[in-house]
Design a protein. Structure first.
Ligand SMILES: [Zn+2]
Length: 304
C-alpha cells in the first residue's frame, strides 16, 4: 500500500506585532505563552516542574555528525492518499491562540519506520513559526533554524486516546517537517497551498472551520516528498506539560514554500480582539533544550 500511495502521489499530487507577553489559561491551569512575563518558556520549568524540568525535553539541536545510522523499515502510511482515504473522515482547522491546528478525525495511521508500537493513529497537525525577521522552527539541524515547523501528532492505538497515550512511555509519536521559504514551482495548487491560503479566515483566536472534502486532496500533501530520511530521538511535547513520552522523527527534507505563503502565518492573531489590543500570533516556538547525552538516530537507506 505504501508503494501504491507513493505511486499515486507521484502521478497525481506531486508536486503533491510581536507576540511578546501573550499568555493564556486553560481550565484554570497556570498561564503560559512564548513571550516575556510569568508565562515565558523560561518559566515553564518552575510553573510545570513535573516534566518541563526533565532531562529529555524537546526541541533540540540535531548534530548530524554524531547521529547513529540505522536502517529502519519504510514508514507505512494508511489513509493518506485519495485511493485509500477513509470513507468517514473530517478535518477541522482552528486558531487556538498559540497555533493553527488541524484536527484530524478518521482512520489515518502511520506504522513501521522503527516505531516501537504496532500502529499510530493521526490526531492533529499544527505549526510553529517566527516573525518576518526571525526563523521560528523549534528544532535546529546543525545549529540551523528554519522559517517554520509542522508537527504531525500521532498516538499508539494500544491506547484509546492521545490523552491516555501521553501518560505512557512511547505512547506518542510526533513527526516534524521543516518549512523553508524559497522557490518551489510545484507549490501552487498543492494540498499545502490550498490549506495555507485558507488561513486568513482564521485571523483570531477561536476562529475555526471544517475543510471541504474537495480541498483535501490527501494528507500526504502536508509532508515532505521524501519521508524516508529522518532523525529519531526520544523527547517531550514542546508545550506544557512537556510530557516526556514522545518519539520524535524529524524529517531531513524541508518543505519549500513561497514567501507570500509564509507571510499568511504572520498575519494571524493570538487573541480575539479586533481593536488596538489585538496581538500578533508570532514566535510560537520553544527555545532549544539540552540533549543530555540522548541518542539521535538517522534513518539510513543504502538500497536504492
Ligand atoms: Zn508543536
Amino acid at each position: 500500500m505504501a508503494f501504491l500511495c507513493l505511486l499515486a502521489y507521484l502521478l497525481v499530487a506531486l508536486p503533491c506585532a510581536n507576540a511578546a507577553g501573550w499568555i493564556y489559561s486553560v481550565d484554570g491551569e497556570p498561564e503560559w505563552g512564548y513571550g516575556g512575563g510569568s508565562g515565558s518558556p523560561f518559566n515553564w520549568v518552575t510553573t510545570f516542574p513535573d516534566f518541563c524540568s526533565g532531562q529529555r525535553q524537546s526541541p533540540i539541536n540535531i548534530d548530524t555528525e554524531t547521529a547513529k545510522e540505522v536502517s529502519f523499515n519504510f514508514l507505512n502510511l494508511q489513509g493518506f492518499c485519495s485511493q485509500d482515504r477513509p470513507r468517514h473522515a473530517s478535518l477541522r482547522v482552528e486558531n487556538n491562540g498559540h497555533s493553527v491546528e488541524l484536527h484530524i478525525h478518521g482512520d489515518f495511521f502511520i506504522n513501521e519506520g522503527g516505531l516501537p508500537g504496532k500502529q499510530y493513529k493521526v490526531e492533529q497537525l499544527h505549526y510553529h513559526w517566527g516573525n518576518p525577521n526571525a526563523k521560528g522552527s523549534e528544532h535546529a539541524i546543525n545549529g540551523r533554524k528554519f522559517d517554520a515547523e509542522m508537527h504531525f501528532v500521532t498516538y499508539d492505538t494500544n491506547y484509546t486516546s492521545i490523552t491516555e497515550a501521553k501518560n505512557h512511555v512511547d505512547g506518542v509519536a510526533v513527526f516534524a517537517a521543516m518549512l523553508q521559504v524559497g522557490v518551489n514551482p510545484h507549490f501552487e495548487g498543492s494540498t499545502l497551498d490550498e490549506f495555507i491560503s485558507g488561513l486568513p479566515s482564521l485571523g483570531h483566536k477561536g476562529d475555526s472551520y471544517t475543510l471541504p472534502k474537495s480541498q483535501l486532496k490527501d494528507l500526504r500533501g502536508f509532508l515532505p516528498d521524501n519521508i524516508d530520511w529522518f532523525y529519531r530521538y526520544r523527547g517531550s511535547f514542546t508545550t506544557p506539560h512537556c510530557d516526556e513520552h514522545v518519539i520524535w522523527s524529524v524529517w531531513e527534507q524541508p518543505i519549500v514554500i513561497p514567501q507570500s505563503k509564509m507571510n499568511i502565518f504572520y498575519n494571524l492573531y493570538a487573541n480575539n480582539a479586533t481593536d488596538a489590543t489585538q496581538v500578533r500570533l508570532m514566535d510560537n516556538y520553544r527555545p532549544l533544550q539540552e540533549v543530555n547525552g540522548r541518542a539521535i538516530l538517522h534513518s539510513h537507506r543504502n538500497n536504492w
